[in-house]
Structures are given as structure tokens and as C-alpha cells.
Design a protein around this ligand. Structure first.
Ligand SMILES: [Zn+2]
Length: 835
């Protein structure tokens, strides 16, 4: 036998060995649930299954995490279905109207998408993904083979591999020879930031619509290419709450159809059958509502699917075994058993109702396409700021929302910014029609006021796109004809000549260009006031790049200008028709700041992550991360700007350490405090004062009868009574002093997502850059007591201290990084204030 033949034979033998589908226990070498499986082994398990069962399974890598881990999708069905899987996928898109190449065929399997482990420290569900996969593929399970005849299953074994491995690696290091079920032992107490979030501390289950994170961006592309009929998001809740499954809790968004509500009951009852038979505890219809559009249940729901969250006990504290309040020991094996049961039960009920699911799915999209969901039929974005408009256009793009343009005079519509019905003119304006496959999603994202069927909700209540993007828009009740929209291409090229250049600075896209110029060490100046050159008015904030001092950088500047699509005007001299000449001291040279962010223990991980991601990934600007507990005068020696995101800062409470930081500010440092960090600076008595509310002042006064009896509450109403103090996230109109550099690039008003009732007293010796004068709530839910408090105070400002300053924001301007219009504010605070 020659060598070649021998190696061929060996290859055949090893292939056939490899080709055996192995159970998770066989493959891993331990029984599932006896330890946590690191992500790479889950990837290996899926790979071996795909190699063993190519006729029933297709495995795709759809992306990569920040830390380089694979994101995978397994598509599973019968060999017959898999042979025409691409046609099934396309046909499914034809049912929605997204694909229009030919009429849809009604004979279509139902598509069920199972998303495991979006929160990394809810770690049982990726273990379950392997068992689910095995039971679907294994010939020993005849039941699943029957289901697959009319069902296609899509499994994402882990939506957040970085977070999951953070938890699993940590746990495996903490656990001893025998797991300790005592909840107070260290293996049940995760360190900062915890495994819930991704690399940049983002909660991926708040990111579906916004897609700020790479994991979400990659997943939604696939989601929109498939558009499943059912989507399940597997989670874990506190160790003492047994199990939650559909039907969801109120409030349901009003666009959710009767069919979508009803089928949640059908599924829930099927799960209950299995849980009852095993004597397992569960609850339904509580806590987890269907409203905020960026969850793994709502986003699919607004895309025509039955979208659901399943919650098993075990989140973070579960470990391998833990004693719960009712003196039971909850094990990882229990958690796997429960999530596996709902996985199977979901597939079973989908298969039993496949025809009805397809019929209703089609009906859902037919209605959206032909009648347009909601009272408004066309949304017209008349915003003239190209940067903001383009940001909104990309948002439509990544969500598969069709858009076009509208032109016309004397159009009538609801003006989001004035809250009134008005007449307006559109000129090639970006526009979205309600008549389209994404009709429900469009309505949810554009509605001026979301209707809550119940005011006790889990999350923020306002996200209307015109406010998020700061883009002047109108909601029109008529169906307007849409033409093609073309994005402005500002700079074919910028020629290298003249005395210098003027660059528009009025959107976050322009901030990115500014950051790139600073990184390239291009000398940049900024105009403090409006000026006129060659008969054209340039707004304050306009960036001035002069040839002088940049002699060897001009080529780099013009290249950057082109790649950032910046609006650039050439100037041939420094004499302005009106306003300051470039040599004036009112034209400020921008020093490239060294920026640090406080992070680590005590800091809200999400809030720190938002700033980290903004600088590192969006602005490509260096930022040092300093542990909050180690921050002192010496660690700030070389830092120009220090950002304190929402958190609990011990050093602000301690007189001595606070004095060190205060000294750093007085000597020229700039401290930017966000959200609750601003309130803590106020309490530290640096001069900033939290606004006292009427409520606080009246506390000691004698109460009248009405107030006296108001304290007597019915026990059964306790959740609802709590709501009067609620502000789960509402939109407020903030009046801006846009002559201050902090507000350069903004109009007279800014729409802020208000997350607490915190406000500051008007400052005599500082700059009240953003104020809420009277009651100026624009959208979202605010409890009656809180509503009274939010008026006549400063929410954005600058407090000068010695040669430095404190820039404060009562609320997080870059909340979840989806509040696009706040990004320039934080950037201005870093780059422009105090220059
Ligand atoms: Zn979760």
C-alpha cells in the first residue's frame, strides 16, 4: 500500500469517526450542568454537530465580538427542507413583502429562532443550546423529527460570548472541589462589571433597534434576512423567582395584534402543561412587559413575530448550586432542565400551529403593506442639518426600513418640536411611509406620544426618533408619494490651496472629523461668534484650519475632509467682512485634551461603557480608564479632562480626597459629571446646588387634609401608588444657550431624555447652558408628583472653579448610546469647553 492510499484510508476512518453525532455529555467529557462550559467548547460542539449532520444542519459564523469570539447561527430542519433552505428563506421574505421578485408560496415551514444567553451571567442557556441542538439532530428522538417536517429552527447558542466567558472563567476560578451552595460564599458574588454586559459594558438586550454594538449589528442583519415567526430570548432572573414565560405583562404596545397576544397564551399554556407535570413553579403576565422597542421580545414582535422572554431563576448568583429562600437547592442541572423544556415546548407548539402561524404572519404584513399601521401615514424629515439627517437615514438602513423623499408645499402635519399641527414645505426631504413591511416598527419608533396601556413599566417610555436624532420632522396623516432619496455628497475633493479652510461644525459626524484632526495633530481653531466671509455667514463653532502652522499637514487634512464627508470652504485671507478675523483672541486654538474616564467598582458599568465606547469606537479618540477607587490628585497629573459617569463616588464624600480632586480642577482641570455623579458633586458642596422641590420645602409644614389622607394607601395598590414618583425616561424640551461652546452646533432647543427628577439651581457665577423653564415635558410617562418637580432649573451647565471647571449634566446625554443628539454635547464638553 502506498503512502498516499494509506493516508486516504486513515482520513476516511477519521472522517467516519468524526461524523458520529455526539451528545453534549460525550463530547464535553462531563455531564451537562456539572460545570460551566467555556464558549470555545460550545463553538466546537456546534462545529462537530454540523460536520456530523450536514444534511440536517447548516452552521454560519455571522460575526465576531470585540474580544474576537465567534457569533454563530445554526439552521436546522429535515434533509428535505434543508435541501431548499435558501428558497424557504426567500419565500419567507416574500410573505413579508420585503422580497418582491415573485409571489410568495403558501407552503412554507414555520421559522422558530432561539436566542440563548444574551446576558452573559445568565449562563445556563448556552448549555441548553447544545442539548436542544442534539435533540433536534439525534435519530433517537423521533418526536423532534416530526416537528422539523414543517419547522425550521435557528439557534444562536450565545448572543454575548464575551460577557458569558467573563462570568464562566471567573466562576471556574472561584469554585472549589465541591460547589458551595451557600449564597454568601464568594462564588455567588460576581466582581465588577459582571458578566451581564458585553465588552463595552453594554446591555445587549436594550440594543436591538439601536444597534450600537457589533454583536447586535451582525445579528440584526441575519434577523432581517430571515424574519422568523417566533423568537425566544432566554434569560435568567434572581435566584428566588422560579420561572417566567409568556404571556407577557402589561403594558403591551397598542400595535401588538390580537393574534400576537393570543398566541402568547397558547404557548404559555403548553409550557405550563410540562411544568405542572413536573411540579415546577412559574409565573406569567407579570413584570416583563412589551413596550420599549429594543428588547429581544419587543423588536421581533414589532417585526411580525411572536416575541418572548423566558426567565429562569439563577441570574449571576446561581453558580452550580445555590440555596434559595425557600430552602431548596437550585442547581445548574435544574436550570438547564427548565430552559430545555420551554425550548422544546416552543418548537412543539410552533409545529402544531405552523399553518396558522404562516397565515397570520402573512396577514400581518399584508395589513402593514396595504393599510399602514397607525394614524400617521408619512413621516417627513425636513431637518436641514445634513449630519443629523444622515444619521437617521443610516438608522433606517440598518433596520430594513424603506425610505424615500418627499417634496411639496402647503403640506399639513404634526410638528414634533412644537407639538402642533402645522403647514410646512418639503424639498427632497427624507421620508418614511407607513405602507411597508416595517410598518409597525415605524409607528412605534415615530409616534409622538406612546400610548401606555399601563403605567407600571420596566423601562423608558419615550424614544421618538425626531427627538433622539434632533431632526425636525412632521407626521402626516396622508399617504404622500415617495421619490428616491439621495444623500448629499459634499466633497468630491478638497483642493490644497489658499490661506486656510472653514469646516462646518454642527453634528456628531463633524465631531468625528474634529477628533481625527486632533489625532493627526492638525492645528485647529474655533470661532466664538458668527462671522461673514465672502458674503456667506459662518456660524459660531465653525472650525478654522489655517495653512500657517499646518504647512506639512494640508494633504492629510484634505484627505480626512474627504473621508469624513465634511463641508469645507476655502478662504484666501484672514479678513472677515463681519465678525472676528482669524488672528483675534475670540478665535480659539483647540488644544488636544488628554481624557480620562473613571470606571470600576462603584461606577455604573453601563454608564462607563457608554463613554468608553463613544470615544474608543465612535470618535476613535484615546481615553484612559482609571479605577474610581484609585483616583486621586497624583493619578490625574497628566490628565486634562476627567469624566465621571453615573456612579457612587466615595472620594466625593471624603473631605480629604475630595479636596485633592478639587485642587486639580482649580489648577486647570476639567471635570465632566454625568447623571448621579452631578448630584454627588452638589452634595460635596463645591458650589453646585441641587434644586429643592416644593415637596421638600413643604415636608415640615403642617399638612392640609388632602395631603394628610394622601398618605393612607391601600396595600393592594402599592405598585401603582409608587408610579406617582416615577420618571422611567421621558423627553423634555431644554432651552439652550448656544452662544456657549458647550452648545455649539445646537439649535435653541435640545430634547433631553430625562431619567430622574434631578435639576440644579440657576447659577449666578456659572453658565446655565441648558434649562427647563416651565413644565416642558414633550413625550413619555412622568408620574404626577415628579412632573411637578421638573421645571425652572438647570440641567446642563458649566461651573468655573479657579482656572478649571466642572461641566455637569443632570441626565446621561449618551444614554445607551442611542440618544444620538446628546453625543455632540458630551463631545463639546470634552473638546470645546474652556479652550
Ligand atoms: Zn437577562
Amino acid at each position: 500500500m502506498n503512502i498516499r492510499l494509506l493516508s486516504c484510508t486513515l482520513l476516511l476512518i477519521s472522517n467516519s469517526l468524526f461524523a458520529q453525532l455526539r451528545s453534549p455529555d460525550e463530547f464535553l467529557g462531563y455531564s451537562l450542568g456539572s460545570k460551566f462550559t467555556p464558549h470555545y467548547k460550545i463553538v466546537n460542539y456546534f462545529n462537530q454537530a454540523a460536520a456530523a449532520m450536514p444534511q440536517m444542519m447548516k452552521l454560519e459564523k455571522y460575526g465576531e465580538t470585540n474580544e474576537g469570539r465567534d457569533l454563530l447561527l445554526a439552521i436546522i430542519s429535515t434533509p428535505e427542507n434543508m435541501a431548499r433552505i435558501e428558497e424557504i428563506r426567500k419565500n419567507n421574505l416574500r410573505l413579508t413583502g420585503i422580497l418582491k421578485d415573485k409571489p410568495a408560496d403558501a407552503g412554507q415551514p414555520v421559522i422558530v429562532w432561539l436566542s440563548y444567553n444574551v446576558h452573559g451571567n445568565e449562563a445556563s442557556s448556552s448549555e441548553v443550546s447544545m442539548k436542544t441542538l442534539y435533540e433536534l439532530l439525534s435519530s433517537s428522538n423521533t418526536q423532534t423529527k416530526n416537528w422539523l417536517k414543517n419547522t425550521v429552527i435557528i439557534i444562536d447558542p450565545c448572543l454575548n460570548p464575551d460577557g458569558r466567558d467573563r462570568y464562566v472563567n471567573w466562576f471556574n476560578q472561584m469554585v472549589g472541589k465541591t460547589p458551595d451552595a451557600n449564597v454568601n460564599s464568594r462564588e455567588h458574588s460576581e466582581p465588577w462589571p459582571g458578566g451581564r454586559v458585553n465588552h463595552y459594558n453594554f446591555d445587549l438586550n436594550r440594543d436591538w433597534a439601536w444597534q450600537t454594538q457589533v454583536e447586535t449589528q451582525a445579528r440584526i442583519k441575519k434577523y432581517n434576512a430571515w424574519m422568523p415567526q417566533i423568537h425566544c430570548d432566554f434569560h435568567e432572573q434572581g435566584i428566588n423567582n422560579p420561572y417566567y414565560f409568556a404571556p407577557a405583562a402589561e403594558p403591551f404596545h397598542e400595535v401588538i395584534t390580537k393574534w400576537q397576544r393570543d398566541f402568547q397564551f397558547t404557548i404559555g399554556k403548553n409550557h405550563a402543561r410540562y411544568f405542572d407535570a413536573n411540579g415546577w413553579l412559574y409565573f406569567t403576565k407579570e413584570i416583563f412587559d412589551l413596550f420599549y422597542p429594543a428588547y429581544g421580545d419587543t423588536y421581533p414582535t414589532y417585526n411580525g413575530a411572536i416575541g418572548m422572554t423566558y426567565e429562569q431563576a439563577g441570574h449571576s448568583q446561581g453558580g452550580l448550586a445555590v440555596v434559595t429562600n425557600d430552602d431548596d437547592t437550585l442547581t445548574l442541572k435544574d436550570r438547564i432542565a427548565h430552559h430545555f423544556t420551554t425550548s422544546m415546548s416552543t418548537i412543539e407548539i410552533a409545529s402544531q400551529n405552523a399553518d396558522k402561524l404562516i397565515t397570520e404572519f402573512r396577514k400581518y404584513f399584508d395589513e402593514g403593506n396595504t393599510t399602514g399601521t397607525g394614524e400617521y401615514k408619512t413621516y417627513v424629515i425636513t431637518e436641514t442639518n445634513a449630519g443629523r439627517r444622515e444619521a437617521l437615514r443610516s438608522f433606517f438602513e440598518i433596520n430594513g426600513i424603506n425610505y424615500g423623499s418627499v417634496s411639496g408645499a402647503s403640506l399639513k402635519g404634526y410638528n414634533y418640536f412644537t407639538g402642533k399641527d402645522e403647514t410646512f414645505t418639503a424639498t427632497n426631504s427624507l421620508a418614511v411611509s407607513a405602507f411597508q413591511p416595517k410598518s409597525a416598527l415605524v409607528k412605534v419608533l415615530f409616534e409622538p406620544r406612546s400610548k401606555l396601556s399601563d403605567s407600571v413599566t420596566y423601562d423608558i417610555t419615550a424614544w421618538s426618533l425626531p427627538f433622539v436624532y434632533g431632526a425636525q420632522s412632521f407626521a402626516v396623516k396622508e399617504k404622500l408619494p415617495l421619490g428616491n432619496y439621495s444623500s448629499p455628497n459634499k466633497n468630491a475633493s478638497v483642493s490644497a490651496a489658499g490661506y486656510g479652510y472653514l469646516v462646518n461644525y454642527n453634528s456628531f459626524a463633524d465631531v468625528k472629523f474634529l477628533a481625527a484632526m486632533l489625532n493627526a495633530k492638525i492645528k485647529v481653531r474655533i470661532a466664538e461668534k458668527d462671522f461673514t466671509y465672502n458674503g456667506k455667514i459662518f456660524q459660531r463653532g465653525t472650525i478654522i484650519v489655517l495653512k500657517r502652522g499646518n504647512e506639512d499637514k494640508i494633504q492629510q487634512f484634505t484627505d480626512l475632509a474627504q473621508s469624513y464627508n465634511a463641508t469645507v470652504t476655502m478662504v484666501n485671507g484672514g479678513f472677515m467682512d463681519l465678525g472676528f478675523d482669524f488672528g483675534s483672541e475670540k478665535v480659539h486654538l483647540i488644544k488636544k485634551p488628554t481624557v480620562a474616564l473613571l470606571t470600576g467598582k462603584g461606577v455604573n458599568p453601563n454608564a462607563a461603557g457608554e463613554v468608553w465606547h463613544l470615544f474608543e469606537q465612535q470618535l476613535n479618540y484615546p481615553i484612559s480608564l482609571i479605577n474610581a477607587e484609585e483616583a486621586d490628585g497624583s493619578s490625574l497629573k497628566d490628565i486634562d479632562v476627567l469624566i465621571l459617569p453615573d456612579g457612587n463616588y466615595k472620594f466625593l464624600k471624603d473631605k480629604e480626597s475630595a479636596a485633592e480632586i478639587k485642587m486639580w480642577v482649580q489648577q486647570g482641570g476639567k471635570m465632566i459629571v454625568l447623571d448621579n455623579a452631578a448630584a454627588q458633586v452638589a452634595k460635596a458642596d463645591w458650589g453646585l446646588k441641587l434644586k429643592k422641590t416644593d415637596d421638600d420645602e413643604k415636608k415640615d409644614d403642617k399638612k392640609d387634609d388632602k395631603h394628610l389622607y394622601a398618605d393612607i394607601k391601600r396595600y393592594e395598590n402599592r405598585e401603582r401608588d409608587g408610579v406617582v414618583n416615577n420618571i422611567p425616561g421621558a423627553i423634555y424640551k431644554v432651552e439652550m444657550d448656544n452662544s456657549h461652546p458647550l452648545a455649539f452646533g445646537y439649535d435653541n432647543n435640545y430634547y433631553s431624555l430625562k431619567l430622574s427628577s434631578d435639576m440644579f439651581e440657576f447659577m449666578k457665577d456659572g453658565w446655565n447652558v441648558g434649562v427647563i423653564k416651565k413644565e416642558n415635558q414633550t413625550a413619555g410617562f412622568v408620574g404626577s408628583v415628579t412632573r411637578e418637580k421638573i421645571k425652572d432649573g438647570t440641567v446642563i451647565g458649566v461651573m468655573p472653579m479657579g482656572s478649571g471647571s466642572v461641566v455637569f449634566f443632570a441626565d446621561d446625554p449618551v444614554f445607551r448610546n442611542f440618544w444620538e443628539n446628546g453625543k455632540m454635547l458630551l463631545s463639546n464638553a470634552v473638546f470645546l469647553v474652556g479652550q
